[in-house]
Each structure stands twice: as C-alpha cells, then as structure tokens.
Design a protein. Structure first.
Length: 292
C-alpha cells in the first residue's frame, strides 16, 4: 500500500483528495495547520513547529508521494502580504529539498493560474508568467526552484497549475460560496454588486480537479508543468440567473473587459494522464446551495 502525504489537508482539495485516495486504497497522512476533530491517527498538526519537527514525521512515514497543497491563500478581498510569501516559499522550498534528498518520492506541487499574464487566448504550460503580487511571486518562484532541482537531480516531480474550482467544501470566504449564500438569503444588494462586476473565468468542479491529481499519481509521468482547467469560459452572471429568478435583470452586458479572466488549455492533461471532465461549475454551485 503506497503512502501519501498531503499538506494542507483541511482545505477543499485536501478533503476531497483524501477521501478519493483512501477509497483507492492509498495510506494517506494529512498535515494540517489546525487541530480537527478526528479519531484517525494520520493527522499531524504543523502550526508552530519547525521544519525539522515535520521532517522527523516525514522520515518516520517514509512516503512514496507528497502532494503539497498547503499554503496561505488570498481569499476574496484579502491581501497576501510579503510575510505570507516568505512563510509559504520557505516551507515549500524545504519540501522540495526533502524530496531532492529522497528522490524516490514523487512530488506534486500545486500552483495557481494567477501566475499567468493576461491573455485573450487560452494559456498553456508554455505561456509567459508574471509576478504581479506576493502570491503569484510565491507560486512562480516555487515552480522555478522545483524545476532547477528536477533538472539537476532527475526528480519525479510536477507543478500542477490549477484554475478556479469549487465544491461544497470550498472556504466560505471565496466568491461562489458567498454568491450561493446571497442567493439562498435573497441578498439582492450583494447579487447586484457581483452582477455589475461582470465576472467571467475558467471554473471547474473541484472533484474533477482532484481526480486529475489522482490520475497523475497513478501514471508514470512527470511533466514539468500541467494545467488542470475546464478549458472554457463561465460567466458568473449566468449562474446568478440560473439560481435566482426574483430579480428582473437587464440584458447581459457583453463588455467583459474589466473582469475577463484567463482560460486554461487542458489538452496536455487530457493527452498525458487521460483526464476527462465529468462535472461542471453549475453542479458545484447547486451542491453549495443545497449544503449547510
């Protein structure tokens, strides 16, 4: 039975991925920042511990795979400060160094679409990146550091670039959970505020994204970068219209330049790991709406 360490296992992807991998009969060890209610012995709290303490746990577990999800993330209307960048990059660098010294371990480093420059075309793994803030700087430098180590030491490692994805496990501070809560409570002012922002972008169901991570684990493949995305544009205004019939909206304004967010090209993931999209963001929105 293969052993997998997941950092940031309390987050949306950590929760979904843990359940999936346990179902697939992997032995999962979850590293988290805060205590959670669980009788399972494979949870480890990392808050206020040095990496040497964490390394001892790694050494004891002897993992076959590490999935590094753990990081501070700038939620809706929250700034990502320089100290967040330093903390995230330090911990990520230590994990990459650990895998370098134990290069039988497969490493999956999670990154974000926020690293890319804005483009009217679908972005690919070769598209230019741009450190526009502390968060994208952390993601870009982490991927570059891993690539340097990978080329020198032939690591079995991949940086996965994830576009926006949601589920009922999504942190309530993010946009879609806030939106569905506003729809459920008929918060007209918030809905109009979001509607007028004309937000659009590449949105997926989180279960599809996590299934892509599982397929990469299974395959004997280690591309340098791999995009997981829906590959198509979704307009948040359309979600509002589907779930809320109480407002008589004006015709959809087709000038989306203000919030015309990136779309990812997912063809490489489809070809290399056989990834297939089974759900969509409307399904995720419906699950969030029905959840508590």
């Amino acid at each position: 039975m293969k052993k997998i360490i997941i950092t940031g296992a309390n987050g949306q992807d950590g929760v979904i991925l843990s359940k999936l991998l346990i179902k697939k009969r992997y032995l999962v060890f979850k590293f988290v920042k805060k205590k959670i209610k669980s009788n399972k012995i494979n949870y480890f709290v990392t808050a206020n511990k040095t990496f040497n303490n964490i390394k001892k746990k790694f050494d004891k577990i002897k993992p076959d795979i590490i999935i590094h999800l753990g990081s501070n993330n700038p939620s809706y209307k929250k700034k990502f400060l320089y100290q967040d960048y330093k903390k995230n990059f330090f911990f990520t660098k230590k994990i990459i160094d650990y895998v370098t010294n134990n290069n039988h371990i497969k490493l999956i480093l999670i990154s974000s679409s926020q690293i890319f420059k804005k483009s009217n075309k679908k972005v690919t793994e070769k598209s230019p990146v741009y450190a526009k803030d502390n968060y994208s700087k952390f993601r870009i430098e982490s991927a570059q550091y891993l690539l340097t180590k990978k080329k020198k030491f032939k690591l079995n490692a991949t940086t996965l670039i994830l576009f926006n994805h949601d589920s009922k496990y999504r942190n309530p501070r993010f946009l879609l959970p806030r939106l569905m809560k506003a729809i459920k409570k008929n918060n007209i002012n918030f809905l109009i505020e979001i509607y007028n922002q004309k937000i659009s972008g590449d949105f997926s169901h989180a279960e599809d994204i996590c299934n892509g991570i599982y397929l990469l684990i299974k395959k004997d493949k280690n591309p340098d970068k791999l995009i997981l995305s829906s590959g198509k544009r979704t307009y948040i205004n359309n979600i509002i219209k589907i779930f809320n019939k109480k407002i008589k909206y004006t015709k959809l304004n087709k000038n989306f330049k203000k919030n015309f967010n990136l779309i990812g090209n997912n063809q490489l993931a489809k070809r290399i790991i056989g990834w297939k999209i089974k759900k969509n963001i409307i399904k995720a929105a419906n699950e969030i709406y029905k959840s508590d």
